[in-house]
Design a protein around this ligand. Sequence first.
Ligand SMILES: Nc1nc2c(ncn2[C@@H]2O[C@H](COP(=O)(O)OP(=O)(O)OP(=O)(O)O)[C@@H](O)[C@H]2O)c(=O)[nH]1
Length: 363
Amino acid sequence: MLTTLARLLDPLHGVPDATRQRFEDWYRQAAIPQIRYVAFLTMGLYLIYAAIEQNVETDQPFARFIVHALMVPGALLATGLLSFRPGRQTLMLGLLSCAPIVSVLSNLYFNFGSSRFALYAPEIYLNLMWTFAISGLTLKRAMATALVSLSAILLVTLEHSLTPGPQRLHLIWILASFSFGLLSAFLLEKAHKRMFLQQDSLELSASLDGLTGLWNRSRTEAFLADEQARANRYGTPFSVVLIDIDHFKHVNDTFGHAVGDSVLRQFATLLRENVRAVDKVGRFGGEEFLIVLPEIGSHQAVAAVQALRRRIQAFAFDTVERKTASFGIAEYRPGETLEALMARADKAMYRAKASGRDRVEAL
Ligand SMILES: Nc1nc2c(ncn2[C@@H]2O[C@H](COP(=O)(O)OP(=O)(O)OP(=O)(O)O)[C@@H](O)[C@H]2O)c(=O)[nH]1
């Protein structure tokens, strides 16, 4: 019940930290173009605003010009330009979080107390909405920025708002813009989180083998390529094991395809449960499987795979009881192609078959 409620408020509630981190990275990348265009557009609008303001009879026209034509547009221009620099995104978000606060403070400094305040106050409301709904900040950051702005506004205007008069209307508009802004930011973030989770589960199901739930062939090959890149970069070893169930055709022919499928599923579970968490187990096709073993050479791989072979040999499969498999191990040789590595594993596996099956061979 509580978990359902928490999930309703935050679709990422209870997901592992790594998934949350991936969401944050994904969200940041998605928000960058939005931040860039919103920053440039707002900068343009501020310049128009400053030009109009110069033609209106106001006090402190020079100081207003400095803030509205130089400081705020300057901060927005810097934000927009920094969005092109991947290494400067923290600075960009810092600027983006500070600009609305500076803008609200300047507005209060110039206008509060003057008879023209009602004319200039809408900028403050707009600022709160902007911070939450369109700036591109995450809910957490927008909330921090808007709360600082709101506290400043309340501190400065509260005394006037408490006495009867039009200032009280100002409080209502502040409350309205804050709450509408907060609501849209909350709903937007929720929608983004849902979208991320959907995309994530689509990506995952596209990487899995439908029958066994293991990684499919193309995903396993991608793991292999990652390991090869890591080995070439850091000089760490890794090994692969090609596994083929012995006389599997006999299972299909004797007990039918459904039993064959069930054996494949149980076999897959056995593989998954008897390797390290870092090992990647994939179904390569039919009754053939591949395990990628990071950080270990063929010597250690043989010991690990012998233990796995014994577990399979001793396992009581439904209907067919005993089933064995043949294993071919190859350790990556720096500089060789993945085709060459796989060809050696394949050769080792056929050697295991030729030597009587239920064996482990390394090449
Ligand atoms: N039930 C089922 N059978 C499959 C699946 N994919 C492949 N097969 C069967 O797996 C069998 C593979 O047999 P073979 O490659 O001839 O070899 P084997 O009988 O395992 O004998 P050895 O490999 O020489 O020990 C074939 O009969 C395929 O039809 C599947 O998804 N489900």
